[in-house]
Ligand binder design. Structure first.
Ligand code: FES
Length: 158
């Protein structure tokens, strides 16, 4: 059974109050985000609990959770790096930069560092094409990347 903290329960109440009762399923993404941020993943127990609160089946919650790359069923690192590989980023050298990042972190793409600090994923377009190549780390976008800038960014994260 998944247990939300008292603080989370207050946050959940605030989220649910944004939507009319008949539209409470609209709270699904905010609730998944709350859990992902706190736990660094959304467990099957958490999906069941969220589904119960919103009158949604666990299968429905899981299908939504697995659709969006910002949610993970298994724990990710403190910093989740979503590296855009779509067309604008592709044309501006993202493949080499992604490989550079994986090498720098000493992990495979899709992997997590042993200290659980970084997880590196490929991502589709993040709608920041004018700043290609780019990556998102947690909630921050980093644009116009170069290998030196990536090293600087990674080195600046505690
Ligand atoms: S193609 Fe990379 S942000 Fe759009």
């Amino acid at each position: 059974m998944f247990v939300f903290s008292e603080e989370d329960e207050k946050q959940i109440e605030k989220i649910l109050n944004r939507y009319p009762e008949e539209q409470k399923r609209s709270a699904l993404l905010p609730l998944l985000t709350l859990v992902q941020r706190r736990e660094k993943h959304v467990s099957a127990d958490a999906m069941r609990d969220i589904g119960r609160r919103l009158d949604l089946s666990p299968a429905y919650v899981q299908s939504v959770c697995s659709f969006y790359t910002m949610y993970s069923a298994t724990p990710v690192g403190k910093y989740l790096i979503l590296f855009c590989i779509n067309i604008s980023c592709q044309l501006n050298g993202c493949d080499e930069l992604l490989a550079h990042t994986a090498k720098k972190l000493n992990i495979e793409i899709g992997g997590t560092t042993e200290d659980m600090k970084f997880t590196l994923h490929r991502e589709e377009c993040l709608a920041a094409c004018s700043g290609a190549p780019m990556m998102r780390i947690n909630d921050t976008f980093y644009e116009n990347l170069t290998s030196d800038r990536i090293d600087q960014i990674l080195g600046s994260l505690d």
